[in-house]
Design a binder for this molecule. Structure first.
Ligand code: G3P
Length: 210
């Protein structure tokens, strides 16, 4: 099977010491995995694992008078390789998304932009993010996967996109992965199936093989 990008979104399912423990169990499976962790855990996970660490969101504000916002420089200086943007659980207006992608690229912070539709994918592709991820919001966190519920959209994306794209939402078994790859996806964003698994390393092997 061709190479897949795997992005694991920790959301706020785990906090504190559990975050590093979980990250280490993913590292055991594959060091090339990208993990999105709460901002406060970025430094620890990036310094104690070889994984690529992403923030789950950043704000486009600048250094200085921006109380309580998480700015791109902050996550980069703490060891993040990139950031998620526009996840369906943290939606941005298009002009804010555009400005934030620009700010991140200026300082060398990679961006993984989430989109809920082909229409938004076409717009977001023009911003030149490093990753584009299609996730139907209504399937996020459920047991019905993007591969089984939206195969036609995934196929249409592969025809319309000029850049590689990932898919996410409800991915929980080998068949979900196989179907999406056959339809043209180049990787996956996944959360609940592995983050909440009793044995996350075994679960990753079950879903992605090896
Ligand atoms: O970013 C990935 C995430 O939103 C997918 O969640 O729980 O459906 O795998 P889940």
């Amino acid at each position: 099977m061709k190479k897949q990008t795997i992005i694991i979104n920790f959301k706020n399912y785990k906090n504190g010491k559990e975050v590093l423990k979980l990250a280490k169990s993913f590292e055991k499976y594959n060091k090339e995995i990208i993990v999105g962790v709460p901002a406060i855990d970025i430094r620890e996970v990036s310094s104690k694992t070889k994984l690529k660490v992403y923030a789950e969101h950043v704000d486009s504000l600048h250094k200085g008078k921006s109380t309580g916002f998480t700015i791109p420089e902050e996550v980069k200086e703490n060891g993040a390789d990139g950031t998620f943007l526009n996840h369906s659980e943290h939606k941005l207006k298009f002009n804010v998304l555009k400005e934030t992608v620009k700010r991140c690229s200026e300082i060398g912070l990679k961006t993984a932009v989430f989109v809920p539709s082909i229409k938004e994918a076409i717009k977001a592709e023009k911003l030149k993010p490093d990753f584009l991820i299609y996730e139907p919001p209504e399937l996020v966190g459920g047991k019905v996967s993007v591969s089984s519920a939206k195969p036609q959209i995934v196929k249409n994306l592969s025809e319309k996109m000029h850049m590689a794209f990932l898919v996410g939402a409800g991915i929980h078994n080998k068949k979900d992965v196989k179907t999406a790859m056959e339809l043209g996806a180049s990787g996956f964003a996944i959360s609940s199936a592995v983050v909440l698994a009793k044995n996350p390393t075994i679960k990753l092997r079950e879903i992605f093989g090896r």
